[in-house]
Design a protein around this ligand. Structure first.
Ligand code: 3HC
Length: 602
């Protein structure tokens, strides 16, 4: 049998048709992949020599979902439902062989296959909610038919993944492969099914689990959605789809799902969340880095300082499997930190020379510039082979680097941390910081599951400059008699976590009432203007990087994209007008982009 197209292959072995997908990097369901799959299934189903069909993927993963870039833009020749009907309706057993991350549309394809075998490390999930969507390929209808309504609601609203064992326990997979070669195990499984004469098994026919929920289960799901995803539309749409599933008519449920999916796909929240998905990945791309630059291996990292930052970092590094050495000259402080962290793998030391073998040493000490300079100067000698980082929200990376004999090995690492948003590592590059140090900092961010965002140091980093403006604006309103609670309420209504401006409660009596929309404009328009100044100053590489600092560092609701995305939605000419009405000079970048019809987010 020939290759079907560039990304789908079909071969026949011992009566089993092997349909292999190869669409790097994550086998996303692009139109070409779907077209190829459709043709392959038609051929395999029609071929009398084929007794069973095996669907498997080359590369690092089974299908990780729909192609997010193509969603709503490009279409395959037959739609997803026709493809799925073809697979599920096949009169011979269809087996899906899963590995890597079987997510979204990938899991939905797997659920239309009659049997599922998974490699031991496989992760499965329906994370569409994170993109402001719901599973639009039957996932909201098939999942509850397998795992029951309550578990399905939890998986769909959280978007969380389950591992192969968990999937086996709830019936999402039938068997876990017992050899390291998944293709071999899957073919043996398909042949065993044939030998046992096992029938085709269609999830859409299952009925015994979907009637197991009462109104209280859906009420609890609404509470969960409100708690986890305040302001988001997708969870409510998901609940409506599962309610339809629970009514028992599969086709009617699919019709509800189709309509709800389309509404979300066309809506603003999903557009913003899909933007944020790519913005997060774009942040890791640094223009101008030498193409052959390699990050340090980060086998061992040293930390200087046993305060809150040092302790938190030690735990995060140990969780990421990095050998971690924690230094403090004060033996009692070191003991206290050791007891609090309580990990046998943690190396505690009172001697800087014990950090000599580290790939990277991070200073997490006092905030005074002189103290930081003194420590970096000592580290320069004690760990001559290590890259050196100062954990600082301050702008003086260059001044700190100059205290060493190798300023190019010094970088600023600002671990943004608030109660609801602690996923950013702002990487502050000094004037002479090396490419290797930048690449290593990005690798560190990835290890710690943070979004690494590059920032220049200038008169302040991205986070400092923008947050300063927000605070000044809040203070100015309070000084004019606006109640801090009114500001807090407007911010949380917008979608910020509570407490973003909690420190600003030192006001006198409130004498002035402003509409929420006015408060928001006064907070956010100057912040957007500063973002444009930051871009103009070359402190941020792109608008979307500033957005990631705000979404993952300060809790700007991801479904609103971030400050520069928000500016583009408002329209830059309208932003400029408002900037002027508040008495500020519009950033030259704003004026330039407005005139050119360009987008600030990039
Ligand atoms: N579509 C298009 N591109 C995708 C993609 C997708 N579904 N998933 C990942 N990619 C791209 C990334 O943008 C990245 O591209 P780049 O190298 O150019 O930056 C590349 O693949 C690798 O991705 P990661 O850097 O994220 O690699 P990781 O190994 O860290 O993670 C992953 C892999 C777990 C698959 C992660 O990428 C992920 O979570 N992807 C999204 C999964 C998802 O949300 N699926 C549902 C899609 S919506 C859907 O299926 C609708 C359906 O119900 C109809």
């Amino acid at each position: 049998m020939p290759a079907i197209n560039e990304v789908v292959d079909l071969t026949l072995e011992d009566g089993v048709a092997l349909i292999t997908l190869d669409n790097p990097p994550v086998n996303a369901l692009s139109p070409k992949l779907m077209d190829g799959m459709y043709d392959a299934f038609i051929q395999a189903i029609g071929d009398p020599e084929v007794r069973a069909i095996l669907l498997l993927c080359a590369g690092r993963t089974f299908i990780a979902g729909a192609d997010i870039k193509a969603l709503g833009v490009e279409s395959p020749k037959v739609d997803f439902f026709e493809l799925q009907e073809k697979i599920e309706g096949a009169g011979k057993p269809v087996v899906a062989a899963l590995h890597g991350t079987c997510l979204g549309g990938g899991l939905e394809v797997a659920l239309t296959c009659h049997y599922r075998i998974a490699a031991p490390g496989t992760k499965l999930g329906l994370p569409e909610v994170n993109l402001g969507l719901l599973p639009g390929g039957g996932g909201t209808q098939r999942l509850p038919r397998i795992v029951g309504v309550a578990t399905a609601l939890d998986l769909l609203i959280s978007g969380r993944q389950v591992d192969a064992r968990g999937a086996l326990a709830v019936g999402l997979v039938d068997v876990i492969a017992d050899t390291t070669d998944l293709a071999v195990a899957a073919k043996a499984y398909a042949l065993a099914l044939l030998a046992e004469g096992r029938p085709v098994k269609r999830v859409s026919d299952l009925a015994d689990r979907i009637g197991d929920a009462d109104a209280a289960v859906f009420e609890a799901a609404r509470d969960q959605a409100e708690r986890l995803r305040r302001g988001e539309e997708a969870p409510r749409a998901i609940i409506r789809c599962v309610e339809a599933a629970a009514r028992g008519d599969f086709d009617a449920g699919i019709a509800v799902e189709r309509a709800e999916f389309q509404k979300l796909l066309d809506g603003p929240q999903s557009a913003a969340l899909r933007y944020a998905f790519f913005a997060e990945r774009q942040a890791a791309k640094v223009a101008g880095l030498a193409p052959d630059v390699q990050p340090r291996a980060l086998t061992r990292v040293g930390l200087v300082g046993t305060g809150a930052i040092g302790r938190r970092l030690a735990v995060a590094l140990l969780d990421a499997g990095v050998e971690t050495a924690l230094f403090d000259a004060d033996a009692a402080a070191l003991d206290r930190a050791g007891a609090a962290i309580d990990r046998t793998a943690l190396i505690l030391t009172g001697s800087l020379s014990d950090l000599a073998a580290c790939d990277l040493v991070i200073e997490a000490v006092a905030d005074a510039l002189e103290a930081k300079q003194a420590i970096l100067a000592e580290l320069d000698h004690a760990a001559p082979g290590a890259l050196l980082a100062t954990s600082t929200a301050r702008p003086e990376v260059d001044a700190i680097a100059d205290a060493t004999t190798r300023p190019c090995a010094v970088i600023g690492l600002h671990f943004l941390s608030s109660e609801n948003a602690d996923r950013v590592l702002e990487i502050v590059r000094g004037k002479v910081t090396s490419d290797e140090a930048v690449a290593t900092a990005l690798a560190l961010a990835r290890k710690l599951k943070r979004v690494g965002v590059l920032s220049g140091s200038g008169p302040g980093s991205i986070s400092q400059r923008t947050m300063l403006v927000l605070r000044q604006q809040a203070d100015a309103m309070i000084a004019q008699g606006v109640a801090p609670e009114a500001i807090e309420r407007a911010a949380t209504e917008f979608g910020f976590p509570t407490g973003l401006l909690a420190a600003r409660t030192d006001a006198g009596t409130a004498t002035r009432t402003l509409a929420d929309s006015e408060i928001l404009d006064r907070l956010l328009i100057p912040l957007i203007n500063e973002a444009a100044n930051i871009l103009g100053d070359g402190i941020a590489q792109r608008g979307s990087d500033i957005d990631m600092v705000w979404v993952h560092g300060y809790g700007w609701p991801a479904w609103r994209g971030g400050p520069t995305y928000h500016a583009d939605l408002l329209g830059l000419p309208s932003v400029i007008e408002k900037v002027q009405s508040f008495g500020f000079n519009p950033a030259p970048r704003l004026v330039e982009y407005a005139a050119a019809g360009r987008k600030l987010a990039g």
